[in-house]
Design a protein around this ligand. Structure first.
Ligand SMILES: [Zn+2]
Ligand SMILES: [Zn+2]
Ligand SMILES: [Zn+2]
Length: 279
């Protein structure tokens, strides 16, 4: 299973879109290395998690054929995770020779509403008919494009059922945990019941080493360590599993050298835009 981080920032990006704090100023001085765009992950060539506004830029920068994506899993409807307007360009005269004519989008009911609102004005019928929407809820399990997907509830916002994903294909399995605070015991039991054992864990690290007090709807290194321990106690992680952290806010000064050192001190790897991993 090939995993690629296309974006690794929180909602505002790093440097943040309208910000002139010291961290953002420092990042702008070495933008080629420090730029973190809004979070997105590509699994193999055909499964995508989230669709931020930079999806077009990600495809150009990293040579990704977005037409080959057959399955899109959306965590929730926040703008940094779902820029649905772009889908009006997926077909008709705007896209020829697409590798996959159809695309399946999985998300909660709010994601589906955002899709309808965002595409209502401009999407042609010829485009719409090849994009299939699937409303999913926590503790669903679905087969999509050859992947077995287990859906978990995020602890993120009272306004919608934000989702986390556990994904399995053949003998390989990964956990994608943006945006969330602690993962519930019920989620642990659900994964256990499905004999899920992760080879790769990607965790929200919005707050990095800021020890707070901060909101419990995201995590930092301290919460990441606690979560790793709970997964290990529940035997949901393989002994050789890899732990990555991502979704950094500009408030946590996620300059590469600093954040890499902080992450590795705790046994994690800090993701960066373009990072590729094979599990
Ligand atoms: Zn986010
Ligand atoms: Zn800033
Ligand atoms: Zn969010």
């Amino acid at each position: 299973m090939k995993i690629r981080y296309l974006g690794t920032a929180a909602a505002e990006g790093f440097p943040a879109v309208f910000c002139n704090c010291a961290a953002c100023k420092a990042a702008r001085k070495d933008i080629g290395r420090e730029l973190r765009t809004r979070s997105q992950m590509l699994v193999n060539e055909d499964l995508l998690i989230d669709f931020p506004p930079e999806s077009y830029y990600h495809a150009m920068r990293f040579g990704v054929d977005l037409s080959a994506v057959r399955t899109l899993l959306v965590t929730h409807s926040h703008t940094d995770h779902f820029y649905a307007q772009e889908f009006v360009n997926r077909g008709y005269k705007f896209a020829e020779g697409m590798a996959s004519e159809s695309l399946d989008i999985y998300g909660n009911s709010e994601v589906l509403s955002v899709y309808e609102e965002s595409t209502r004005r401009e999407m042609r019928d010829a485009v719409r008919e090849h994009i299939h929407l699937h409303c999913i809820r926590p503790f669903d399990s679905v087969w999509a494009g050859g992947y077995e997907i287990f859906v978990l509830p995020a602890h993120h916002t009272p306004k919608e059922e934000a989702l986390l994903y556990a994904i399995r294909k053949g003998k390989k399995a990964l956990l994608y945990l943006n945006d969330t605070g602690a993962v519930s015991d019920e989620s642990m039991r659900f994964l256990e019941k499905n004999n899920f054992c992760a080879d790769f864990v990607s965790m929200d690290c919005t707050f990095a080493d800021d020890i707070g007090p901060h909101s419990d709807r995201h995590m930092g290194f301290a919460e990441n360590e606690k979560l790793r321990d709970r997964f290990l106690e529940n035997r949901l992680i393989s002994p050789n599993a890899k732990y990555y952290v991502t979704h950094f806010s500009h408030n946590s000064t996620p300059l590469r050298e600093r954040i890499d050192a902080e992450a590795s001190r705790r046994g994690f790897t800090a993701a960066y835009d373009g990072l590729e991993i094979e599990i």
